[in-house]
Design a protein around this ligand. Structure first.
Ligand code: ATP
Ligand code: MG
Length: 405
């Protein structure tokens, strides 16, 4: 065994999630997925990415390729069900055995029970999967005193896959991000504040295959530069899941001052939210989006009752998706922690919504009353002025291990 060359560097095998269920659309989804994977790997060195029989092979091409960082980054790519670090070898039972014992030596030493599971898509291979498992399992059993075979509840499973181009050896797969490839279901504008909820709603809709354009309304000097930076930081964290994004930062100060000067106080918030929706809707239509996304949850605050949602939704031509609508705050917080946005969201910078909070907001607004209250504003001019002043911030996914994610 000692005279064998050192095994090839390991690579990454990805199994597709829902993508495989898509029948005729499968190719399109697969293309989106591999495109997203390639883009995500770009800053991490040279890799080759190709798909065969619903498995995506990610192979390092030279020393520039950082496989550890690639594995971390690919955990967040939607459309991937499982990821596994694997090593390829020649399709020969003894080479497979030797490779398994070298590559998986550490976990094999640590386990007490094990089994071998083989899959064979190359029907030209001279052994059946069961024969290969029995052969490799028998030899490993002999070689490791600490191990006994257990078919039902083993500590460790040696996976062998005999495929067209090579055989692959690996241990336990890691769960992927699930969902559908970003972009495979179109694009949406997501209203992104500095709070806990909207980063989570953004993540959830990206998981359903939407490319996201985040829009943030910014009320300088009522909210500080730091508040804007916080939102940019949140969006940066989200790029790990959503991929490359352009954040639209929209000046909102004049609109808020106009509302405060001309509208009844109990309607401040609802009118402000309607102005946000109008602007987001315009940005959405300019960018060919199919929906708007918000972090609203039913009954969470006065502006998130059914009546309030009717009033805010009424000014949008695009459907408003509210993925958190039926979730408890606890569930949202759990997700925020999981996706890495929570710690940034709870930093104490103000959001523009808190600047002009009415003392007694109307919790069950009637649309005609809101329209009447709003009539004092030159809505169209304010929308156009805000759109003209917007700033675009381009964000690329960063190397995750630089970011403590
Ligand atoms: P979040 O935690 O997401 O800020 P919230 O519970 O504080 O939500 P609201 O302040 O009522 O609720 O905002 C409801 C939704 O409106 C947010 O989830 C977000 O989608 C959008 N929104 C609020 N403020 C802004 C802002 N300054 N810029 C962009 N979107 C905003
Ligand atoms: Mg908020």
């Amino acid at each position: 065994m000692n005279e064998t060359p050192t095994p090839a560097r390991d690579m990454i095998l990805l199994k597709e999630g829902e993508v495989v269920l898509k029948g005729l659309n499968k190719r399109y989804f697969e293309q989106k997925l591999t495109q997203n994977i390639r883009r995500r790997l770009k800053p991490l060195g040279r890799f080759r990415v190709n798909v065969l029989q619903s498995v995506i092979y990610v192979e390092p091409q030279d020393e520039s390729a950082d496989v550890d960082a690639a594995f971390e980054a690919l955990k967040n790519v939607f459309g991937v069900m499982t990821l596994t670090r694997a090593v390829a070898c020649e399709k020969d039972r003894d080479v497979i055995l030797r490779t398994a014992m070298e590559y998986l030596d550490e976990p094999l030493r640590a386990a007490r029970t094990f089994k071998v599971e083989s899959r064979r898509s190359d029907k030209g291979f001279p052994m059946t999967s069961i024969e290969l498992s029995q052969y490799v399992g028998g030899e490993i059993n002999e070689a490791y005193d600490n191990l006994t075979a257990d078919m039902h509840n083993p500590d460790f499973i040696v996976h062998l896959e005999v495929r067209d181009r090579a055989a692959y050896v690996h241990g336990a797969p890691t769960q992927g991000a699930g969902g559908m490839p970003v972009g495979s279901n179109g694009t949406a504008v997501s209203l992104l504040s500095g709070g806990i909820d909207s980063p989570v709603s953004t993540y959830m809709m990206a998981k359903r295959g939407l490319r996201i354009i985040p829009v943030h309304f910014f009320s300088f000097p009522y909210t500080s530069e730091l508040a804007k930076e916080k939102v940019i930081d949140l969006a940066k964290i989200l790029t790990a899941w959503c991929g490359r994004m352009f954040v639209e930062v929209v000046p909102f100060t004049h609109i808020q001052e106009e509302i405060r000067a001309k509208c009844p106080e109990e309607y401040f918030t609802i009118i402000m939210r309607r102005m946000m929706m109008r602007i987001a809707d315009e940005i959405g239509r300019k960018n060919g989006c199919g929906a708007l996304v918000t972090g609203e949850s039913l009954g969470q605050v006065a502006s998130q009752t059914m009546e309030a949602m009717q009033c805010t939704g009424a000014v949008a031509s695009l459907p408003v998706l509210r993925p958190l609508v039926g979730m408890d705050k606890e569930e949202v917080i759990r997700l925020a922690r999981k996706i890495g946005t929570f710690d940034t969201s709870i930093l104490p910078y103000e959001d523009c919504c808190t600047v002009f909070t009415p003392r007694h907001p109307c919790t069950h607004p009637k649309l005609p009353k809101v329209e009447e209250a709003e009539a004092a504003l030159d809505v169209e001019a304010l929308v156009q002025e805000a759109l003209a002043g917007r700033e675009l911030v381009k964000l690329d996914p960063r190397r995750l291990h630089d970011d403590e994610l």
